[in-house]
Design a protein around this ligand. Structure first.
Ligand SMILES: [Zn+2]
Ligand SMILES: [Zn+2]
Ligand SMILES: [Zn+2]
Length: 133
């Protein structure tokens, strides 16, 4: 054969909004599935099904802290093609609170200044500093 066509086998998962899912362990009876994590064939007797795709038990990990999400009963979250544990999901996509200076919401991934019981955007805190000169 003169040419080889490489077809990507990974499912095209375009996840726009955040989804939470509980992984299920299913018996691989007659199923030959490719792992969505490493792309290799899953030959184990059990495979994980999460988000309608299949994973090695070891491959379903949080994209942030690498903790295993395959444990039964654990919930995983996905947003923007990231798979995250609950803790990291909240840290990245939750909110820290409201800025005490401008009253706008502060996303949890943003650096903040904390003073007493208040949180500030970095910029907002700097302005306050100017005012206090
Ligand atoms: Zn894998
Ligand atoms: Zn994590
Ligand atoms: Zn602010």
């Amino acid at each position: 054969m003169g040419h080889t066509t490489v077809t990507p086998t990974a499912p095209a998962t375009t996840i726009q909004s955040s989804v939470s899912s509980t992984p299920n362990l299913v018996a691989a009876t007659g199923l030959a599935k490719d792992c969505a994590g490493c792309g290799k064939r899953i030959t184990e007797r059990f495979l994980l099904k999460a988000l309608d795709i299949f994973w090695h038990e070891d491959c379903l990990k949080c994209g942030c802290c690498d903790c295993r999400l395959g444990e039964v009963g654990s919930t995983l979250y996905t947003k923007a093609n990231l798979i995250l544990c609950k803790r990291d999901y909240l840290r990245l996509f939750g909110t820290t609170g409201y800025c005490a200076a401008c009253n706008k919401v502060i996303p949890a991934f943003e650096m903040v200044m904390r003073a007493k019981n208040n949180v500030y955007h970095l910029e907002c805190f700097a302005c306050q500093q100017c005012n206090h000169r």
